[in-house]
Design a protein around this ligand. Sequence first.
Ligand code: IMP
Length: 436
Amino acid sequence: MNVVIVGAQWGDEGKGKVVDLYSSRAEVIVRYQGGNNAGHTLVVNGKKTVLHLIPSGILHPDKLCLISNGVVFDPENFFTEIESLVASGGLHGKPSDRVKVSDRAHVILPYHRALDRMREDRAGAGKLGTTVRGIGPAYEDKVSRRGIRVGDLLRPESLKTKLERAIEEKNVLFERHSPENRVSLDEVYAFCLKIGEKLAPYVTDVHSNLYEAVDQKRPILFEGAQGTLLDVDHGTYPFVTSSSTIMGGALTGTGLGATGFGETIGIMKAYTTRVGSGPFPSEIEDTDPALAEKIRTIGKEFGATTGRKRRIGWLDLVAMRYAAEVNGFSGLALMKVDVLNGFDELQVVTAYEVDGKTTTRFSADAETLARVKPVLKTVAGWPDYDASKVRSVLDLPRSLQDYIRLIEDGVGAPVVLLSTGPGREETLVIRDPFGG
Ligand code: IMP
């Protein structure tokens, strides 16, 4: 069985922990979209590791980690992560045997980051709040066919012409708005050659690796980054990232056909957060700033990539139902349940009021969504309980069981995993999507 992990909200749902847990059941772990804008925090034996690009499965000694064609690949970040994993003892074996990158992944170069920063600086109030990692500009180059792919770094003879074409228009922009970022062809070419040489042992045809794994019935875990509502097509455009963050992204991002996929597990928090700009119907920052601050503090809701404060909101069943529709969730992982321990009551968004009408349909149109007033249902909170004694859902406090049922009914998918803390052991597995 192969399993896809997808963020069901606006990212930061706790995918890193689930990928780490499920990695023990998989043999191959694949990142299929996004880049080092992601930040997956893992706590293993009390030790915290934050990964941005390398699949979270790397901490399991015998797994093959793949970075596929759908990813935008920052080589500098890649080597920083490899080096820090080796130094901390988190990476066993020869790094280039453990992690492979697709020759078709597009490369993030310094000028992509400079462009991202320049645009955000110039946007004033209209800024998107990107992670400034050059993600958007790298994907733009991919679709405008000016991108440099990992395989290009290994072909010095044709690379220079490609780079020349890639930087031509950018230099016109830099010249006008930030001359200090003007790109020198010779410098960027020398940089790429150096990177190419270092990267060569890691480069592979991921598509073939995956087909081989499918053929040999080796279980594969597909690790999504960001979240459904940040999807470039189905998210709250333009306040989105530049990749396909939904399950469909795993198909185009790897080149594996539909039969190669089994279950799709949506990862969601017991509440909602969002980083960066854009509409957020269940947000409580304005209505109850003290409560937002309390949840942020208990939940440590600060960006793993940029350190930014995450915006806080209640659980939104309208948005979650939409996420289930676009992804086809076969199960849900409910994360950070412990953050809400001890609250007397909680609110859940069950419908939206927009332009005087009540609806349970989610509109991904950012302007419509910005006008939405949430319809809130008050539910009983649950007391603190001893999570170490919980062996099944029936051991949970009654009101938490009711909360889970409300989610399952509202979203239309069963909760298969419950997380009650950051550690591997603070987890209740209700059903294992890998089977058995
Ligand atoms: P970009 O992906 O850096 O272009 O940023 C676009 C939007 O996606 C911004 O609102 C970011 O805050 C958001 N974003 C990107 N990556 C993540 C993530 O891993 N978690 C949460 N939000 C993210």
